[in-house]
Write a protein that binds this ligand. Sequence first.
Ligand SMILES: Nc1ncnc2c1ncn2[C@@H]1O[C@H](COP(=O)(O)OP(=O)(O)OP(=O)(O)O)[C@@H](O)[C@H]1O
Ligand SMILES: [Mg+2]
Length: 504
Amino acid sequence: MSAVTPLLQMKGIVKRFPGVRALDGVDLEVLPGEVHCLLGQNGAGKSTLIKVLAGAHRPDEGVVTLGGEEVRPASPIDAIRLGISTIYQELDLVDGLTVAQNVFLGHEPSRLGFVGRSEVGRATRGLLTRLGHGEIRPGTEVGRLSPAAKQVVSMARALSRDTRLIVMDEPSAALAHDEVANLFRIIRELTAQGVAVIYISHRLEEIREIGDRVTVLKDGRTVAVGLPAKTTPTGEIVSLMTGRSVEHVFPPRPAPGSHEGRPEVLRVEDLAVPGVLSGVSFSVRAGEIVGLAGLVGSGRSEIIEAVYGARRFTGNVLLEGRPVGRGGTGRTVRLGMGLAPEERKSQALLLDQSVTRNISLAGLGRYSRLGWLDRRREAADARSLVERLDVRPGDPDRPVKTLSGGNQQKVVLARWLLNERRLLLLDEPTRGVDVGARAELYAVIRELADSGIGVLLVSSEVPEVLGLADRVLVIREGTVIHQGDARDLDEHRVLDMIMEGGAL
Ligand SMILES: Nc1ncnc2c1ncn2[C@@H]1O[C@H](COP(=O)(O)OP(=O)(O)OP(=O)(O)O)[C@@H](O)[C@H]1O
Ligand SMILES: [Mg+2]
């Protein structure tokens, strides 16, 4: 027994959904001022547990005590009154409102009194500056912000309240390397003041750096409580999470130079977008995975968007020799491009629809005959992809919104496996995907490349770009500052290049 009284205790928490026991008797204990990490594979129950804590779900069984007293947060507002702030994995900001309105949303008017907009604006600016993001304007509509900026707004909202416990569900998933450092600085400030943090992430390096203790969930149960975050061996954590050992994360690569002489699937010449990109030229050959490394805001996503026809540009983009031109995304899809976008919730998925329909979405044409949809074939194809990618739960009729974050990402990829593409554009393909499933996704991506298509990959995780890609382009401030074989680079060199002179 520890000498310090726990701030939070959750005991025997059970939460059932129709057909699933999402939580099957979970225990968690958090001390004041500690960073307590919650680890587990996709679908293990992490988000569900914190939703119980945040008053978004009522548990079917179990007891929650905060500061020694039993609490039953019945609504998110209730939880906030108790001093629990939550930053959700799928951000719950209101796109149509401004940054300041979002930050102060749900505050009791009595606390704000009749303060004018200017005061809310000033308070918001203060919080954003404290978060190291004074450049985000309180009056901007949230819908216009990048995913990383939205994350910062969400943090500001949590900090705007009196908080004893802050829960962060994969806060770093949308952040670049230097932004994570900033996040950690804020976490250290908070814990020094006695605030406790529950931190969920799939990145073990982060847990080592910021965590004090670790609790591991597997299939809705606690399999390890309060392990030391700094010293528990990685192999032990991974096998607790997965029930097996994961040895080879990245699939083997073809020998260097083996793509030379193969046809160019994509050729980009002197691509420019005013104020964002200039003079970007590169190509992707059949069978090749090309990775783009750079900070958020360096232009990586914009390159993908321009190639896909979702953004106006000057210069040339050719797919198998044919100019993409001004035909927009309709034309690029017809020519054979597929995109797995960064923000899958708003850009890629029909959340209320089934897994099957989300997979078949871009290729419904293949199932219609004389105006009839061949649902049997649609379902059979979806089922085999669900099996191949190990989507969990493996029920293709389930609405996509009930899947965990990582499993939703597999559904997005499954769609492009079904629709044979010439070029796949992958923007942060493993964001929110657990270590076990990552290895599976990497293998699938390599398999796709081996089948002869080209892959253009964007990732904030430099080790992922270096481990998966054949060739790497380093992007800084909208230009390509280095192109070369991935095997000739290491993480430090790439980080030096992407930050040099321009670290935020
Ligand atoms: N609203 C819901 N209705 C039905 N099932 C749900 C619902 N929310 C979650 N589930 C199921 O509960 C289980 C736990 O999901 P949860 O989102 O908590 O996982 P997670 O550990 O956060 O995973 P990830 O790492 O992918 O975010 C999964 O099987 C999921 O499909
Ligand atoms: Mg989750």
